[in-house]
Design a binder for this molecule. Structure first.
Ligand code: SF4
Length: 245
């Protein structure tokens, strides 16, 4: 697909400009960041979420800052039934437009081409086929991608900036909750009486695909524990350096 005529390149988001904006936004609220982002990018800004707590908080803020804003999720066909139910509830109650992004590769077609249960044998390849490639295609004509990445989620995310040029997708990544803690996120959810995935009350701090998500005992505070618990893999490859919450 041809690039959008207004699509900025990395040269539009120089290190100096991003550093200045990040310094400006560091002490500001997530709503200030979202207000700037929606004003700057309009309909070319989209929020990506897996309907985790951070994503729901951002969705709620976005619905107030920019009613009707586009929120997308990557449907791998392998999400928990509770996640699909939560999506339906959020669709009914939040003033945002929820969009399903799917790679058009059915589980049967994947098994035929790659063998059964690819997630057990080569999770990077499975994540590429079911998440990364569909995301690349979807973001192709978008300019900004809002994510739920927070610094306290994992060591790999500890340095996540609020704004970051994502060369892999040619978009500006916006992490409005980068400076927030898990406690702040849950406080916001409770203060605004927002729904959340009931699996979080059953020992699942972070929810992805059913085959790659396990409950966690004695979590040490990092909210992405329990994802790909039996391998070294810690990220699905969506976030080139440091994300989907
Ligand atoms: S999280 Fe697991 S099942 Fe989901 S796309 Fe990645 S490897 Fe496949």
């Amino acid at each position: 697909m041809a690039p959008h005529p207004d699509t900025p390149s990395s040269s539009d988001w120089t290190r100096t400009r991003l550093s200045a904006l990040n310094a400006q936004f560091e002490p500001q609220s997530p709503q200030v960041v979202l207000d700037w982002a929606t004003t700057t990018f309009g309909e070319q800004l989209v929020q990506g979420t897996g309907f985790g707590p951070s994503g729901i908080v951002i969705m709620h803020m976005l619905s107030e800052v920019c009613p009707g804003a586009t929120v997308f999720y990557l449907d791998t066909d392998l999400l928990f039934p509770e996640t699909y139910e939560l999506r339906d509830e959020l669709e009914e109650t939040m003033d945002v437009t929820i969009t399903r992004v799917h790679g058009d590769l059915s589980l049967d077609a994947q098994a035929e081409a790659e063998g059964p249960a690819l997630w057990n044998r080569d999770p990077d390849r499975c994540c590429f086929l079911r998440k990364v490639r569909p995301l690349q295609n979807y973001l192709d004509d978008r300019r900004a991608w809002v994510t739920g990445v927070r610094r306290d989620q994992s060591p790999a995310r500890a340095d996540a900036p609020i704004l970051k040029w994502e060369s892999a997708y040619q978009v500006l990544k916006v992490n409005p909750l980068a400076t927030w803690t898990r406690k702040q996120v849950w406080q916001y959810l409770f203060d605004h009486d927002l729904p959340y995935n009931p699996k979080h009350d059953q020992g699942y701090p972070s929810l992805g695909c059913v085959p790659c998500t396990a409950p966690v005992e004695d979590a040490d505070g990092y909210t992405r524990e329990g994802r790909w618990a039996n391998s070294d893999k810690t990220e699905c490859g969506l976030h080139a350096t440091t994300g989907e919450e």
